[in-house]
Design a binder for this molecule. Sequence first.
Ligand SMILES: CC(C)(COP(=O)(O)OP(=O)(O)OC[C@H]1O[C@@H](n2cnc3c(N)ncnc32)[C@H](O)[C@@H]1OP(=O)(O)O)[C@@H](O)C(=O)NCCC(=O)NCCS
Length: 332
Amino acid sequence: MYYVKPLTADDVHYVASIMSETRNITALHSTYHSLSEWKYIFDENACDADEDNFLICSDNDVCAWLKLNGLLNADTAWISMLVVSDKYKHQGVGKFAVEYAFEYLHSKGFNQIGVQTTKDNVAAINLYKKCGFDIVELKKFKTEDGTKVKAYVMMKTLEPKKYSLVIPDETHEEAYIQMMDRWESIEDDIQPQLLRRYSDSQGKNVEYSKWLEWCEDDRTTGSMLSTGVPCTLYFFVDDTGEIFGAIEINQKNTHRGHLHAGIVPWYRGKGLGTIMLKLALNICKDMGMTSVDIVPYKSNKSAIKTILKNGGILMDEFYEDDKWSQMYRVSL
Ligand SMILES: CC(C)(COP(=O)(O)OP(=O)(O)OC[C@H]1O[C@@H](n2cnc3c(N)ncnc32)[C@H](O)[C@@H]1OP(=O)(O)O)[C@@H](O)C(=O)NCCC(=O)NCCS
């Protein structure tokens, strides 16, 4: 029913309009700003990497403004503004916006979200309590209109997501297609290679059912692989079924090790590669392996970091195809 869009320079008039409503000025202890003042404020902060602004919309109308900040912090980000237009109040917009903030900040790796609200703002306090925030502090606060009031600092811990590795089957079709459509538009050398769905002989991407047959062949005979060693491709998913990447486990060691992995470009740099590798090492252990070799290119610093974090030890390096590779071993 509601949806979110990032706030652009053309949308500032919506903010000006919502923030000029008397009930909102009163609740926020703020003062009136003209549209040109708002434009100036947003221009000043346009390149501020520490904050993001969103509009909560319904059909073609704008219901609320949500601003998050602290985005450069390591652990905790903040709802620094949430304001709903009068005609949409008490219709679930606030709750929707807060839940969106959870989702957004979670995907960026934050563990905690905070908000500060004045003690007299019953609607806001109720909203945040309902969304799982706890009051952690009561402090003195000077508002924009110059009033000295008391304000609550409220915090909510974002539950860590549960990730797992799963063998692709029919249930993953939609998630796979969505992920590949996006990934193929960004990179053409998708890793691990077995994720690719392009058929040279047909000159196009194959249907998902055909791609599943390829996976089955890789797992059982490995006859289509240059190594000839059967290997299993796993999707790296969370509890909603979204695919964050994939990892191949060779049943036997090869010239380029036991494992090949990749995280989708839009979730890189958030520690997911380390989690995926840890899960894969557990599977290797269950398969009876006592050690696992991984052979990244020496230039692939992020892959090497995930291996070191999982206990990998550098054993060897070699030059091949104009590139240096390193061989790491993880004892299980
Ligand atoms: C506070 C605010 C963001 C809530 O948004 P909203 O869309 O009206 O809230 P929702 O419809 O999602 O309501 C969620 C919960 O909030 C609480 N709530 C909302 N309006 C309330 C009110 N007028 N009185 C008491 N509790 C209220 C209730 O617990 C409600 O749950 P319920 O419907 O089961 O009773 C909105 O009222 C607003 O914009 N206020 C002015 C600006 C402001 O104070 N922002 C907060 C700054 S920290």
